[in-house]
Design a protein around this ligand. Structure first.
Ligand SMILES: *Cc1c(COP(=O)(O)O)cnc(C)c1O
Length: 428
């Protein structure tokens, strides 16, 4: 049988650079042919060969209620019949903004945009406009989208600012971005002691999900809030991944922290292009047309995306939604850990709400350098072994995984059984 995935990949490579519209999709770090997806339903995706996979990517997070949930599809259909885009305000935008603010109380006001990249880029511009300061702090291994000043790797010393991590980004654009180590409270304290008055904002993934899943320590979380507050810097929780994923109130509800600004995306669009940034009213008042910080978007608050988001937010508020999601995710990671231990494979796992991390290491990593020491060949082997058995994970050791409400206990058991076979093969 001809492999349609391979045929399509070759055809795509002729017209789309690398054959994909977002680099990780190309399977570069695991090798092999990316699966071209034809359709998705509930916990499953089907590729162009008609092969079905149990999906733990969930479109990288948005598919929290399961793919193509009938109520979400119906909401989208209804909205689409009324027109796809107006470039004018709509009532739906107010309703979703009110709902988000109700669920995430630190968000007093918010703006809708179309991608997480736009949300973080705008939040940083806003923090700079509000404070009148230029310098920003991010942490190594955290991803906040692909805007220029965030595509940066650490400089050589503590107070040396970052260097571009992508070609095409002028060093001048990253010279105000300081890259620190995740979970290194002492380094954060030292930095604020030296240049705290120059820092516009600190942006952080409150549970990192772009270097696999890495939890912050309690100590680090408290320091982020107290140091930014003390030095008049804006604390931005980038909850594009964690918002409505780890808990109904996001990571901030689990941390008991009130950030100044929050960015969201992924789940709030329910699979459509929708993201948001919001927070303190006095800060949000600095945005155009009220204030001098410019920000705009032709498709911002798109009515069809808002309809998908609203219905998704309605479903996740139903009784027991997060209890079930959390229990299923724990069932998965515990099952994997037991299976790996039985096979004698160095492996551990962790989860928060509906998000999980799998590590081919003897401990749960604490930061990027720690994660980089894990056995990525082990991951590759596991990834392909699972894919052959009809289970799909993100094609990189540096990605978190996602469970949806459509993943039943029986389905998770099947996934664990597949993992047992793969781990057993890895031991030998
Ligand atoms: C996915 C992600 C982004 C970028 O969102 P896009 O919609 O891909 O632009 C930003 N921050 C975090 C934490 C993310 O996980």
């Amino acid at each position: 049988m001809t492999d349609r995935n391979e045929t399509l990949f070759n055809r795509a490579k002729a017209i789309i650079p690398g054959g994909v519209n977002s680099p990780v999709r190309a399977f570069g770090s695991v090798g092999g042919v990316p699966r071209f997806i034809k359709k998705a339903q509930g916990a499953y995706v089907w590729d162009e060969n008609g092969t079905r996979y149990t999906d733990y990517v969930g479109s990288w997070g948005p598919a929290i209620v399961g793919h193509a949930h009938p109520e979400v599809i119906e909401a989208v259909r209804e909205a689409a019949l009324g027109g796809l885009s107006f470039g004018a305000p709509t009532e739906g935008e107010i309703v979703i903004a009110e709902k988000i603010a109700e669920l995430v109380p630190s968000v007093e006001q918010l703006r809708l945009v179309s991608s997480g990249t736009e949300a973080t880029m705008s939040a940083i511009r806003l923090a700079r406009g509000f404070t009148g300061r230029d310098k920003i702090i991010k942490f190594e291994g955290c991803y906040h989208g692909h805007s220029d000043s965030l595509l940066v790797k650490a400089g050589s010393g503590l107070l040396t600012f970052g260097n571009p991590s992508s070609a095409g980004v002028p060093a001048d654009f990253t010279k105000h971005t300081l890259v620190l180590e995740y979970n290194n409270t002492a380094q954060l304290e030292e930095t604020f002691a030296k240049i705290g008055g120059e820092i516009a904002c600190v942006i952080v993934e409150p549970f990192a999900g772009n270097m696999n899943l890495v939890r912050p320590s309690e100590n680090f979380v408290r320091a982020l809030r107290s140091l930014t507050e003390k030095h008049g810097a804006v604390l931005i929780y980038d909850e594009v991944m964690t918002g409505f994923r780890v808990a109904l109130g996001g990571a901030q509800s689990l941390h008991g922290i009130t950030p100044d600004l929050t960015t969201m995306g992924k789940v709030i669009g329910g699979g459509m292009p929708l993201a948001a940034f919001g927070g303190r009213k006095d800060i949000m008042a600095c945005i155009s047309p009220l204030g001098g910080v410019y920000q705009a978007g032709t498709l911002s608050g798109n009515p069809v995306a808002v309809a998908a988001g609203l219905k998704t937010l309605e479903i996740i508020r139903r009784e027991g939604f997060y209890e079930n999601l959390t229990a299923r995710t724990e069932q998965l990671v515990k099952g994997f850990q037991t299976a790996a231990a039985k096979a004698g494979v160095a492996f551990t796992a962790d989860s928060v709400g509906g998000m999980f991390g799998l590590y081919f290491a003897d401990h749960v990593p604490q930061n990027y350098a720690d994660m980089a020491r894990s056995n990525t060949d082990g991951f590759k082997h596991f990834f392909h072994g699972m894919l052959e058995r009809g289970v799909a994970f993100g094609p990189s050791a540096y990605e978190a995984g996602f469970v949806s409400a459509a993943h039943t206990p029986e389905l998770i058991d099947d996934t664990v059984a597949a993992a047992e076979a793969v781990f057993a093969g890895m031991a030998g």
